[in-house]
Design a protein around this ligand. Structure first.
Ligand SMILES: Nc1ncnc2c1ncn2[C@@H]1O[C@H](COP(=O)(O)OP(=O)(O)OP(=O)(O)O)[C@@H](O)[C@H]1O
Ligand SMILES: [Zn+2]
Length: 712
């Protein structure tokens, strides 16, 4: 049981982290990660003076050769014992009601029940008291012991039994919320059909597949490993990764994710990541880590519990002693003090937050939204301003070359060849547009020396001993190549909403190349949902003001800031924060990195498959669907709402019972039932998030587009 305060091996849980409802100390978690597909076990080390060494034997024991499944935490024996304890407690109660109150048989049955189910609680309670900490176990141990001492045997047994049951249910719920995420891993098959050296295909365990191996997947099968399609054509359901079940078209060169479902054609692919390091495995690892990190509410509650429990003991002592000094009736006041201890049990309050946050994180991951900690899940609610990069975030990020304008009589074919040779070396979307067009037109590319990317402005390189530049207006004016004619022609193209780059040599500008990007399907709708949620969208673009405004207008964004260098994006984010706004930032390129890092929440899009995005962003959206941001904000609000409901429920009901207790209207029975009831209430309230349906219905009904396309 999690709350024993003992190191606990949650063998039945494939992942895990510590969670100790009545935790008074910071949690130390030790994970024993087995090979990738193996269960992973972790101990709750709230006790043991936080010394991992103290647990060494337990860890060795648990991770030993026998594997993790042997020491099943709630064994069959444990369940039988619990059932027997329940029967004994009930029998004691029945005998008691039958008027045999003082009978030794009642006491014996009650004692038997307590011994059967309560030893763990006593042990943990004793350890806590020895460390001069007072936790739930100590609270319950004292209450039960006190009840026995004043002869309330059946009640003592019932308190212990119900407490044990409640703890069990809570622990199970938390495990369920956690397991919900790791169960995703079961989606990727354990075996893959790999091409052997002798040319035959053989089924091989995924752990043995090497990088670069050629794997075949048939229609209807799940993809076993991350890879790149070598041959074949199919549509793939990537829902486990992206949360989006509309199938995505995949053909040669596209990225495949382990765990996704191949729907139609047969594919052969080259393995690009070991099974233990697939995108899916990394998502799950990240969620586990996020689950381990405490949300602000959690930290608050831990601090609260630290003061609270000792205060309750003090109050109970006062209730037991003081009134009796004046009015007598010792037994009655001691009884009330014991009821008070049970009523005061804060387990509902303490467990409600982890259950809720874990459920929220898991739900998000299933929707293809990877949140890096409870902190961000709680903070999402407060965002009131979202800064968006243009290319690749609002647009498809795959601009098409639309115009080539030679400037001084040279052949456009020659100039295009030069520009494309430079562009070929860069993966900036504008450059990619040129190189794509060059490939289609089979333009002659030349070798480039001394290539350099000039972030925010363009590229530079030497061809045939001549220096060339390819870049935007800023670059031309820096080079002193921007004259009136060039300016005029630039503006003419830009006014059509196009991005324009100029090819120049050491003397003069040679040609203009215009590209136009398209708004991504679903962008306008996502911006609309954001604004409904009270979040203002603002565009931050490195592109020219006309192109920026054109896209902003299409997307429904009022504020567009153009011609920004990376440091300008950062400055704007900082300025808005200084105005008291909570700023989120969505971007992809390196030019967004400083602003992303500075923003209250940095979002990365199309993060599946791009390592840096998945690792550095606060919130990583697995595909390029902007609609995931309003979904995230809704989920965040819902999470916080449930967190608050739980706090009000837990504290409110307990406060009510406290009053009833002090006035002598409650019994131990009622107190335990109330405690259990509140605990279950908050746990199930938290678990609701797992099932929550934060507006997935608002997916645009457009044709699916390739996610790999946006991973530039
Ligand atoms: N490697 C490059 N190849 C070609 N053009 C470039 C390159 N780098 C920058 N540019 C030019 O400079 C402009 C600004 O570039 P920057 O990377 O800052 O913005 P962007 O990513 O294109 O736009 P946004 O910031 O809106 O996503 C581009 O629109 C392009 O015209
Ligand atoms: Zn409790």
């Amino acid at each position: 049981m999690v709350s024993t305060g003992q190191p606990v091996c949650l063998a039945s849980s494939p992942i895990f982290i510590s969670s100790c409802p009545e935790l008074l100390d910071p949690v130390v978690t030790i994970g024993c990660a087995m090979a990738s597909r193996q269960p992973r076990r972790v101990w709750n080390m709230s006790c043991c003076d936080n010394q991992p060494q103290a647990l060494k034997p337990e860890i060795d024991n648990c991770c030993g050769a026998d594997g993790c499944s042997s020491s099943e935490h709630r064994s069959a024996w444990g369940r039988w014992r619990l059932a027997a304890a329940g029967l004994a407690a009930l029998a004691a109660e029945v005998l008691h009601l039958a008027g045999l109150a003082g009978d030794w048989r009642v006491a014996a049955l009650a004692l038997l029940s307590i011994l059967l189910c309560g030893l763990g609680t006593y042990k943990a309670g004793w350890q806590a008291i020895r460390r001069r900490e007072l936790n739930i176990n100590a609270l319950m141990s004292v209450a039960v012991t006190g009840a026995m001492l004043i002869g309330e045997w059946p009640e003592a047994a019932m308190v212990m039994f119900l407490f044990t049951i409640a703890e069990l249910i809570e622990e199970r719920s938390l495990e369920r919320a956690r397991r919900a995420i790791s169960s995703l891993l079961d989606l990727s098959p354990a075996q893959a059909r790999v091409l052997q050296a002798d040319g035959r295909w053989r089924d091989v365990s995924v752990a043995e597949v090497a990088l670069g191996d050629r794997v075949r997947v048939r229609p209807g099968e799940r993809i076993a490993l991350d890879g790149e399609v070598l041959s074949g054509h199919s549509s793939i359901n990537q829902a486990p990764i992206t949360g989006e079940s509309l199938p995505v078209d995949k053909r040669s060169g596209d990225t495949l994710f382990a765990g996704s479902l191949n729907q139609q054609g047969e594919l052969e692919y080259r393995v690009t990541a070991a099974a233990s390091n697939s995108t899916l495995a990394r998502i799950i690892r990240a969620v586990e880590q996020a689950q381990a990190s405490q949300a602000p509410t959690q930290r608050f509650i831990d601090r609260f519990a630290r003061i609270y429990t000792p205060a309750v003991f003090a109050l109970a002592l006062v209730v037991a002693l003081v009134p009796a000094l004046f009015v007598g009736d010792w037994l009655e006041w001691i009884y009330r003090a014991l009821v008070l201890l049970v009523v005061a049990c804060p387990c509902a309050l303490v467990i409600s937050t982890p259950v809720t946050v874990v459920s929220g994180l898991t739900r998000a991951a299933r929707l293809g939204i990877l949140i890096k900690g409870g902190r961000f899940l709680e903070a999402g609610r407060e965002l009131d301003c979202l800064a968006l990069d243009k290319t690749g975030t609002l647009t498809l990020g795959q601009p098409e070359l639309t115009d080539i304008e030679p400037l001084n009589g040279q052949g456009s074919e020659l100039l295009f060849g030069l520009a494309a040779s430079l562009a070929e070396r860069s993966d900036h979307p504008v450059s990619s547009a040129l190189s794509r067009a060059a490939r289609q037109q089979q333009a002659r590319l030349q070798a480039v020396e001394g290539f350099a990317a000039l972030p925010g402005s363009g590229v530079r390189g030497r061809i045939d001993g001549q220096d060339y530049w390819l870049g935007n207006r800023r670059l031309m004016s820096e080079l002193g190549r921007l004259d009136a004619t060039l300016e005029q022609r630039l503006q003419a193209l830009e006014r059509q909403g196009k991005s324009v780059v100029v090819l120049a040599d050491a003397q003069q500008p040679l040609a203009l190349f215009a590209v136009a990007d398209q708004l991504k399907p679903g962008t306008r709708e996502a911006i609309g949902r954001l604004s409904l949620a009270g979040v203002e969208s603002r565009m931050l673009s490195g592109d020219n003001p006309h192109a920026a405004r054109t896209i902003a207008a299409q997307a429904g964004i009022d504020q567009a800031h153009a011609e920004l260098l990376p440091e300008h994006k950062l400055e704007l984010v900082e300025r808005w924060q200084a105005e008291g706004r909570r700023v989120g930032m969505v971007g992809d390129g390196i030019n967004d990195a400083p602003a992303l890092a500075r923003a209250d929440i940095g979002f990365a899009m199309a993060a599946a498959g791009t390592d840096t995005a998945m690792e550095t962003a606060d919130v990583a959206l697995m595909d390029d669907d902007l609609g995931k941001i309003p979904t995230f904000i809704q989920l965040s609000r819902e999470t916080v709402r449930i967190l608050r409901q739980n706090i009000v429920l837990a504290v409110g009901i307990k406060a009510l019972f406290l009053l009833l207790t002090l006035t002598g209207h409650t019994t131990l029975w009622m107190a335990v039932f109330a405690d259990m009831g509140v605990s279950l209430l908050v746990v199930f309230n938290g678990l609701r998030l797992l099932r929550a349906r934060p507006q997935v219905e608002s997916q645009p009904a457009q044709a699916p587009h390739q996610i790999s396309a946006a991973n530039q």
